[in-house]
Design a protein around this ligand. Structure first.
Ligand SMILES: [Ca+2]
Ligand SMILES: [Ca+2]
Length: 446
């Protein structure tokens, strides 16, 4: 067995959000995430992996057959190969190496302050600045002493800059602490040095007890409404043993929406969907989520894309229209993807079905979805309006876009990195972090 194969197996064991961890729970079949990644596999049959959802307004539209993905070896610029006739499957994209040497990067984003800096988050607790592709010598923020990152899905998981960061210097981080519990905290940049955070500025916004090391969610993002959205997984183990996904009494298994400006540490927006409902936590914006590791707002339309990591069968993407008043039930653990979970039938009343799914049981599938963004950059017009997402385990890369009343979804290739996150720079160009190799890549057309 080669060194490379060994390293891939190790990486597979570290899968963030992957069902492989929860598959250790009794009764869960074991996923085999590494089989599709250890070597280039024979070409799978063409599939666009569209899911029939006949009863839903979001029903998927039929797309042209997908190109055969061609896994390739890691390199400085791992290519994505996708070619076929028409539609998304004819998209050609590749990854361009921007920087390397990060230790288990979990997130990348920008500050929206006109500085054009990129901020790369490391799982152990540091945030680094890239300016013009060069990493600054000192970290922007070092939370290593506060962060517990022993578990595969624990650590410093994201950073979000306040929409008025340029004025108030505020940023928000999401990490698991030394006890494994979720912490959302606010920090303020050093008034004398815009490349350093003042560690004394820490203010805890929210903490959530975590019953198990996995399924911590972890993303923070400000919506177009100026509210802070927080993704929280179902708490962990496997199969949601505590029933958190469907319970409005807990913050676990939810997307939260809070107002960090009106009060400290936060206020509940009065128009949140469960305000005033007895027994429901008013911070909840949407529920029925298993581990929404990454979600993203389309910066043009405000539509919200939620990539929810599946159990042992299906990975899924939900899309919430910008006009939604919230309150959606995304199904877990009544459903996994577009199927009933552990049941032949289930009551689907009131459940939102995903607009795209892929399975764990084929080479063109995977084991743990990493949601991306809708491309709104300026450099690659061919990518405009397309939501990109990938599978952490197989590297399969997907493109999804609205198509009339439905959705076009296509497998467009395979990338030879372990994508922990996508992120946008200030101009809307897209980047990916390779948790295994430590690189930061830019998604490039052509
Ligand atoms: Ca957990
Ligand atoms: Ca779902």
């Amino acid at each position: 067995m080669s060194v490379r194969v060994l390293s891939l197996i190790v990486a597979a064991a570290l899968t963030a959000g992957c069902a492989s961890q929860s598959s250790t729970a009794p009764g869960e079949p074991t996923a085999s995430p590494i089989t599709a990644t250890t070597a280039p596999t024979p070409a799978p049959p063409p599939t666009a992996t569209l899911i029939p959802t006949p009863a839903r307004p979001t029903a998927t539209r039929t797309a042209a057959p997908a190109a055969t993905p061609t896994p390739i070896a890691p390199s400085a610029t791992p290519e994505v190969v996708g070619a076929a006739a028409g539609g998304l499957v004819s998209l050609r994209v590749r990854l361009e190496l921007i920087a390397e040497g990060f230790s288990r990067p979990t997130h990348v984003t920008s500050a929206g302050d006109g500085s054009d800096r990129l901020f790369v988050v490391e799982q152990a607790g540091r945030i680094w600045i890239l300016r013009d592709g060069e990493r600054l010598a000192e970290p922007f923020l070092d939370l290593v002493p506060l962060v517990g990152s022993a578990g595969n899905e624990q650590g410093l998981l994201s950073v979000a800059f306040h929409p008025r960061f340029e004025e108030n210097g505020q940023l928000f981080v999401n990490y698991t602490d030394l006890a494994g519990d979720t912490v959302v905290a606010r920090y303020t940049v050093d008034a004398r040095n815009p490349d350093q955070v003042d560690p004394r500025s820490a203010m805890t916004v929210l903490t959530v007890d975590q019953p198990a090391p996995n399924h911590n969610g972890g993303l923070l993002a400000f919506g177009p409404d100026g509210m802070l959205y927080i993704g929280l997984g179902d708490g962990g183990a496997g199969g949601d043993p505590w029933g958190n996904g469907q319970s409005l009494e807990t913050l676990l298994g939810k997307l939260l929406r809070i107002d960090v400006d009106s009060e400290e540490p936060y206020a509940v927006p009065p128009d949140n969907p469960f305000v005033g409902q007895e027994g429901a936590r008013p911070e909840i914006w949407a529920y029925g989520l298993r581990n929404p590791w990454r979600f993203a707002f389309d910066r043009l339309t405000g539509d919200l894309y939620i990539a929810d990591v599946g159990q042992n069968a299906l990975e899924e993407v939900h899309v919430q229209p910008a006009a939604s008043p919230g309150g959606e039930n995304y199904g877990w653990d009544t459903m996994e993807g577009n199927t009933c979970f552990r049941a032949a039938e289930c009551d689907q009343t009131g459940l939102e079905l995903p607009v795209a799914v892929y399975s764990h049981s084929s080479p063109e599938g995977g084991c743990s979805i990493t949601g991306g963004h809708v491309y709104r950059g300026a450099q690659f017009p061919a990518l405009t309006g397309i939501y990109f997402y990938t599978d952490y385990c197989t590297g399969n890369l997907w493109a999804l876009r609205a198509n009339g009343d439905g959705w076009e979804n296509a497998l467009i290739g395979s990338i030879a990195i372990r994508t922990s996150s996508f992120g946008e720079d200030e101009a809307g160009e897209l980047y990916l972090t390779d948790r295994s190799g430590g690189g930061l890549y830019m998604l490039v057309a052509g």
